[in-house]
Design a protein around this ligand. Structure first.
Ligand code: 3PG
Ligand code: MG
Length: 387
């Protein structure tokens, strides 16, 4: 890499509060790749998107404040260029010495990024000799900086991309069996494809969160005022049939914690499924369900987790999620379990339980993790394989 200009696609789409990065996990994840390239004398040209500006440069979507955060985490200066193509980018890249780092402004400030436009790809490629993609969490997008570049420059996976793909392969492609999946979250509607794919791949599927209510309702369990997508009853039943055809056990809650207000510390009570109050809503799995989830985790050699089991952001309705997460962490620490988690709220839920570090792998990907769980090919990954 010495003396070469390396276009390094990273995911710096980090949460910000009052102009500062409030969760730097994604930055921390790409530090090893940045350092490795720089230590080998490469000239690191960071490409990233921020927000969804849709081709229109808006100051609130600038990556400038993120450059400072990257510098802090890498422990080296990171220059910044006000555009990812054209003169500003060319000048900043020309000024790099071996081992230097520059971050170019938001790729989504140009409409060509999301269109994967050939001329825009060319304009980006003009600043690099090599392309390294370390942004698994953006690999479900076939954009110029995530996909197009892999076709026009010698291309490679970065260390985080590599770690992610290895962890995911261990979880679903060639896993140690039995494999158990835990899927939670509010809605079945956003996870139909995911459930349909999982039931063909895993030995047992634990369903929790609001989406479990949809399944319970489909089976004739009255769920009171709980969140449930009643129009998806036939979908839920179809998924259950498909599961049984593939010898996948579906583990639904057998009891539930019910409250009358959706707020922290609202008065609540655990009920069996035959006694869910008409005017109450299910906010967490009950104690017997937690025992069943623990037992399912004990049976597993591999665990794939997406989505919380209850309204974990409100105490005490985090109990199910926290208990299951801690149990999975313990089994992992004991060498009994390979545990992989990712997607949206999942990382927040595991952080809340204080066990994210104890899992075998926690993905920072949202949509990309879900699409991977759906069994879909990710354009950013496929382009690297082809290249
Ligand atoms: C994410 O934050 O999930 C990735 O960076 C992708 O962002 P997008 O959903 O705006 O494409
Ligand atoms: Mg997203």
């Amino acid at each position: 890499m010495k003396g070469r200009r390396v276009l390094l696609r990273v995911d710096l789409n980090v949460p910000m509060e009052n102009g500062r990065v409030s969760d730097a996990t994604r930055i921390e994840r790409v530090v090893p790749t940045i350092r490795e390239i720089a230590d080998n004398g490469g000239r690191v040209v960071l490409l990233a998107h921020f927000g969804r500006p849709k081709g229109k440069p808006e100051p609130r979507d600038s990556l400038r404040p993120v450059a400072a955060a990257v510098a802090e985490h890498v422990g080296r200066p990171v220059a910044f260029a006000g555009d990812c193509i054209g003169e500003a980018a060319a000048e900043a890249v020309a000024a790099l010495k071996d081992g230097d780092i520059v971050l170019l402004e938001n790729t989504r400030f140009h409409a060509g990024e999301e269109k994967n436009d050939a001329d825009f790809v060319k304009a980006l490629a003009a600043n690099g000799d090599l392309y390294v993609n370390d942004a698994f969490s953006a690999a479900h997008r076939a954009h110029a900086s995530t996909e197009g570049l892999a076709h026009v420059l010698p291309s490679y996976a970065g260390r985080t991309m590599q770690a992610e793909l290895e962890a995911l392969a261990k979880a679903l492609e060639a896993p140690k069996r039995p494999v158990v999946a835990i899927v939670g979250g509010a809605k079945v509607s956003s996870k139909i494809d995911l459930l349909e794919n999982l039931v063909t791949k895993v030995d047992a599927l634990v369903i929790g969160g609001g989406m479990a209510n949809t399944f319970l309702h489909a089976q004739g369990v009255p769920v009171g005022k709980s969140l449930a997508e009643k129009d998806l009853a036939t979908t839920a039943l179809r998924i259950m049939e498909k599961a049984s055809a593939h010898n996948c056990a579906i583990i639904l809650p057998v009891d539930a914690v019910v409250a009358w207000h959706f707020e922290a510390n609202a008065p609540s009570h655990a009920y069996g499924l035959d006694a869910i109050p008409e005017d109450g809503m299910i906010l967490d799995v009950g104690p017997q369900s937690i025992e069943r989830v623990r037992a399912a985790i004990d049976d597993a050699a591999t665990l794939v987790w997406n989505g919380p089991l209850g309204a974990f952001e409100l105490t005490p309705f985090d109990a199910g999620t926290v208990a299951a997460a801690r149990h999975a962490a313990e089994r992992t620490a004991g060498g009994k379990l390979v545990s992989v988690a990712g997607g949206g709220d999942t990382v927040a839920a595991l952080n809340h339980a204080g066990v994210a570090e104890a899992f075998s792998y926690v993905s920072t990907a949202g949509g990309a993790f879900l699409e991977w769980m759906e069994g879909k090919a990710l354009p950013g990954v496929e382009a690297l394989r082809a290249g």
